[in-house]
Design a protein around this ligand. Structure first.
Ligand SMILES: [Zn+2]
Length: 494
């Protein structure tokens, strides 16, 4: 149903990824009908095909959250400005990109209302009312919503003034419990990226200057895009007691002592779809991993219907067999059959390639006569003839094929990340890489903010993260040559 009105598409029209990644990206997002520009500068419209990808991501993550007892809820879009101001670093960090409502119902408001850039303050206002005893803990709430952070330049999915995400917010009795939750969320995100989005990642902590406004520590999942720039793919924050103290979220512990709760928040957004497109797409269009693709198989009959109206029996049998049996990821498989008669087969191939459908099944007279199908993989274009004589074996083959495609996409992404991660010894090497190939740079850094700022100013590369479980070493800062304890990841970022 998604594609019925697809505009006539010519393959040669699509810009080339190999020539200019960012031109290709914008062109592809529009032509594959994932999204469009909104009437307000900086906003985007997520079209049904793009939204279907997001819905699949939601299903995957929501299942993980709920299995851990995180519950979904909904909090208001408007936040009184005074609430935002309760945590000083938080309001300072978000002020430049806030959208405020000052007039409503025809009257000037006594206090401006912020359109949520994130929901810490408004949620914790309620947490302070709901939490009073150790029995109320842990409190684990997530919401699926939209947030607004004003942007002047739009980059579809990657940077828009309004975007969709989930934000999980938990309150715990101890710092250790809260930290465990921060890392658990981070692990859900890493799994989602690697096992479903088929994107390789680097996971670690942010530097002081790159962390979330109001957090003690920010943990991040970073991925490397084909133009050698890093994408901060999602984050998980250890908020310590930074919000619970000013917002007075306290509880009586088992000994009857009053304590402030320990908190964390974590978010995963539609930005992930931008990463997905950039990572896997090619000169012919999108390439979607089977586990995330809204349409996993397209069947293209190259035979006329038997009696002029009804679908050929053989084609129909294959369709039924695939639609009911290819149980992949709890069976939310979608099989599309393209029976349009006014469009050539070649054009159909091009259109479905543009849409990134993982597997194409062709059925012509030869296939009917030999009880086979011709299967073409989107990820590498390989063709295979598969027998359908034994339905069980046919379905097993198709299922294996999906797993191969999924694995191959991840492998490609992992190889790319590894090949484009450079260990450098000195600053001139650092600069040379950032001027040419870019990619991740691993280098000793003294953890001084001034060094970090200068590196960014001179090379546009920022610290991306200190990988989890990094061992302390003895080294020299790549910039100032003072003693440094850790090797950090640097990159230019989206
Ligand atoms: Zn330094």
């Amino acid at each position: 149903m998604l594609i019925n009105n697809m505009a006539k598409f010519e393959k040669k029209d699509l810009k080339k990824k190999s020539e200019n990644v960012s031109d290709w990206y914008n062109d592809l997002v529009l032509k594959s009908e994932l999204a469009d520009y909104g009437p307000v500068k900086g906003t985007m419209i997520i079209r049904p095909y793009g939204y279907a990808i997001w819905e699949n991501a939601q299903k995957i993550l929501d299942g993980m959250f709920k299995s851990d007892g995180v519950q979904n809820a909904y909090f208001p879009l408007f936040i009184p400005y005074s609430l935002l101001e309760k945590e000083k670093e938080h309001v300072k960090g978000f002020a430049p990109e806030l959208a405020l409502v000052t007039v409503a119902g025809g009257e000037k408001l006594a206090e401006p209302l912020a359109i949520r850039p994130t929901s810490e303050t408004i949620m914790y206002e309620m947490y302070s009312k709901w939490i009073s005893s150790w029995r109320d803990l842990p409190l684990k709430i997530n919401q699926w919503n939209n947030v607004v952070r004003w942007e002047k330049r739009t980059y579809l999915f990657l940077r828009t003034s309004e975007f969709l995400w989930q934000e999980g917010h938990c309150a715990h009795a101890t710092h250790q419990e809260s930290l465990d939750m921060v890392l658990k969320a981070l692990d859900w995100y890493k799994t989602t990226y690697e096992d479903y989005y088929a994107m390789a990642t680097v996971v670690g902590t942010k530097s002081e200057s790159e962390k979330f406004a109001g957090a003690d520590a920010t943990y991040t999942v970073e991925s490397l895009m084909p133009d050698g720039k890093a994408l901060q793919a999602c984050t998980s924050h250890d908020l310590g007691q930074n919000f619970s103290k000013p917002q007075n979220i306290s509880f009586q512990d088992k000994e009857g002592k009053n304590e402030f709760v320990w908190q964390n928040s974590w978010g995963f957004s539609t930005r992930s779809i931008g990463g997905l497109i950039l990572t896997h797409g090619d000169d012919n269009g999108l390439v979607l991993p089977p586990k995330l693709a809204p349409i996993k198989i397209v069947i293209i009959p190259i035979v006329r219907p038997e009696d002029g109206r009804q679908r050929h029996t053989y084609v129909n049998n294959i369709f039924e067999s695939l639609a009911t049996s290819v149980g992949y990821n709890n069976g939310f498989v979608t099989v599309k059959i393209d029976e349009r008669e006014d469009i050539s087969v070649g054009r159909k191939f091009n259109e479905w390639e543009l849409k990134g459908i993982p597997v194409r099944v062709e059925i012509g007279q030869k296939e009917i006569d030999t009880e086979t199908v011709t299967v073409v993989r989107r990820d590498n274009g390989e063709k295979e003839i598969i027998s359908t004589k034994n339905n069980g074996e046919f379905i097993e083959k198709m299922s294996n094929l999906f797993q191969d495609v999924q694995k191959n996409l991840f492998k490609k992404s992992k190889n790319f990340l590894e090949e484009n991660t450079h260990e450098v010894e000195n600053y001139s090497e650092f600069k040379k890489i950032m001027e040419t190939t870019r990619g991740f740079i691993k280098a000793f850094w003294c953890e001084d903010a001034e060094c970090e700022r200068k590196i960014k100013e001179e090379t546009k590369a920022s610290t991306r993260c200190l990988p989890l479980n990094s061992k302390e070493q003895k080294g020299k800062c790549v910039y100032c040559e003072k003693p440094a304890k850790h090797v950090w990841y640097f990159a230019q970022a989206y």
